[in-house]
Unconditional design. Sequence first.
Lengths: 189, 189
Amino acid sequence: MDSAVESGEVTLKLREVRAATGLSLSKAAELTGVSKAMLGQIERGESSPTIATLWKIAKGFQLPLSALIGPASLRDPADERLFRTVTFPGSIKVKIVFPFDPMLGAETFHVTLAPGQSYESAAHASGVTEEVFVLHGALEILRDGDWVPLRTGQGLRFAADLPHGYRSGAEGAAFLNMHHYPQQTGLPV
Amino acid sequence: MDSAVESGEVTLKLREVRAATGLSLSKAAELTGVSKAMLGQIERGESSPTIATLWKIAKGFQLPLSALIGPASLRDPADERLFRTVTFPGSIKVKIVFPFDPMLGAETFHVTLAPGQSYESAAHASGVTEEVFVLHGALEILRDGDWVPLRTGQGLRFAADLPHGYRSGAEGAAFLNMHHYPQQTGLPV
DNA sequence: ATCCGATGTGCGTTATAACGTACAAGTGGA
DNA sequence: TCCACTTGTACGTTATAACGCACATCGGAT
């Protein structure tokens, strides 16, 4: 039915993965423990698999679960241009360098602060870690209640599930900001 | 039934996420378009959701899909990858910006290439992803047999489990090099 | 105390995911 | 050519995901 296709905002890369390994549906079925009929339906978008069966498939192919989910993220740099640009309330300029990848659990932003500009961020979800690498200018980062000074070429890694903030010096600042979300690549059992 | 628990090798973090936002099942149902009965069953592990409904949930909570998947299982940090200083053949200059963190599965290097210098790397372990962000100069990256040109401020993400390489232009280059290691399934081939 | 709204869970029905088998088309081989 | 084999898809059945509704429980307010 087309309902599956229409509902599928999630595009599964099963066919690509299987094609990459050169396996037939039968062998893939034997390898994963999922019937080849079902594998075929999933590939054609006629069926929306359970995460249980999706896990079987991932395990059979010895891949992380996220390798089957979502758009292919290992792409040429052309793709990276059309990713959204985020603008935060404080009107800091944020460009996306590396979009979020569920397989990596990471994304990277390019942030520009005007001279003397500051931005405070509320606590993120639990387990989130941020890394900051200063490209230009000088920067101070509020971490654990202290403002840590950073110069160009310096980096700082800190837990982002606490309130934190950034403020630039008199010359402004530009920095890379990597967000790491807790690894989700599940383990069997 | 414990059959659900047993079959569910994937544990979902729905309950934690919902608790973190302080939402009730009813409001979560209204927000996501998934019935609260089903949400409850999923939380208790009595039902293995379809990726379609899992996607609804993630979208309702405005979270990446991976935020719901998988046990944030604690991997033992016993990893031999804890080297602090890296020296590659060809005498490329490599400084460690962010050391390897087993929780993140990531590390970041600062690499400097002399003008015209090149370095080719063999394939890394399966599933390793690299990200490169050019700080100074111009760079070309060998990926899938093609040399991809990058200028200052540009980035490239690619799978590092294939042979790849870097070479600088006439002015040399400096770039950040992030390595992302996946969590292993542990199954031998 | 009784009401009230909200919480999360159990039940019966419907939709559909998943299976096993059977089938049509394609590929070589002798 | 005929045959043995593999490819992927179609069919009928079973298991279960997902729904709507009803129920028990817990607070807070009156």
